[in-house]
Ligand binder design. Structure first.
Ligand code: CP
Length: 299
């Protein structure tokens, strides 16, 4: 499906040019710093955050992005919504639309939930993470972080390792789309049982071999809440331990939240100890990236 510029559901809906256009706008907002936009593109508009799964980074950064663009936010969260009484996701969204919100940011466990809402809603729908398949705003902010770090939009000379619980990771799936669109060579790394075979890129269970060739390493959280099972040797084989990180010259990323001591050692996660650690830069990029998306769709 081509991007209609009205919803933001998957990076696969965007052309490379459309993706880079949003990234440049996000970069503009990053350069502008933590100020409110004087032209207030979202003035007098209310954006609904419909989050039926928990979130720290995505929800707060969408809220901050909306406010920095002059808009206001209404939050509808899982345990407090009428979803708990059996209301469907689409019905919930259509009720928010009927109240006059200008757009809906959706996080849900249903893979196609945001797209099903978009098919019926008359306002922009933004996918803030759906099931295990799609987290396009995270992938876009990761692309912004990486391209700014490397100082170029063409990543064809870069090798990105995405490491960990690939099977349950919507971040991995969206990043494969986004990073491949920018030309990067992507390798998914993890235990065989957490490496699905339906993804169109290289896979490996030899973390050290991939790390020796990578210029960026995106560590993933083991998603125990989705019943991920890992062996006792997981940290030894797939963790970014202090000794592994010491031998790695590339940049270190993680979408958060972190399982410290499992997929990433404390000493590596702490930004003061790791000059190549971009984990909090990703979070900062997240606000600017979501500003660019909100401005484009709703502003
Ligand atoms: N990266 C990410 O989606 O984090 P949250 O679950 O805290 O939003």
């Amino acid at each position: 499906m081509a991007w209609n510029g009205r919803h933001f559901l998957s990076l696969a809906d965007l052309s490379r040019e459309e993706m880079i256009g949003l990234m440049r706008r996000a970069s503009h907002y990053l350069d502008a710093g933590d100020r409110y936009e004087p032209d207030a593109p979202l003035a007098e508009k209310i954006v609904a955050n419909l989050f039926l799964e928990n979130s720290t980074r995505t929800r707060c950064s969408f809220t901050i992005a909306t406010k920095r663009l002059g808009g206001d936010v209404v939050d509808l969260l899982g345990g407090t919504s009428s979803a708990s009484k059996g209301e469907t996701l689409v019905d919930t969204a259509l009720n928010l639309e009927a109240m006059g919100v200008a757009g809906i940011v959706v996080r849900c466990s249903e893979e196609n939930g945001p797209r099903e809402i978009a098919e019926q809603a008359g306002i922009p729908i933004i996918n803030a993470g759906s099931g295990t398949t799609s987290h396009p705003t995270q992938a876009l902010l990761d692309a912004v972080t990486l391209t700014r770090h490397f100082g170029k939009e063409d990543l064809s000379m870069e090798h990105v390792a995405i490491v960990g619980d690939i099977a349950h990771s919507r971040v991995a799936r969206s990043n494969v789309i986004g990073l491949t669109m920018l030309g990067a060579n992507v390798t998914l790394v993890g235990p065989e049982e957490l490496l699905p075979d339906d993804l169109d890129c290289d896979t490996s269970s030899d973390f050290d071999a991939v790390l020796s060739e990578a210029s960026a390493c995106i560590m993933l959280r083991v998603q125990f809440e989705r019943d991920a099972k890992v062996g006792e040797d997981y940290r030894e084989r797939f963790g970014l331990t202090e000794s592994r990180a010491n031998g790695f010259d590339g940049v270190i990323m993680h979408p958060g939240p972190l399982n410290r001591g499992l997929e990433i050692d404390d000493a590596v996660a702490n930004i003061d100890n790791s000059p190549h650690n971009l984990i909090l830069s990703q979070v900062t990029s997240g606000v600017a990236t979501r500003m660019a998306i909100l401005e484009h769709l709703i502003g």
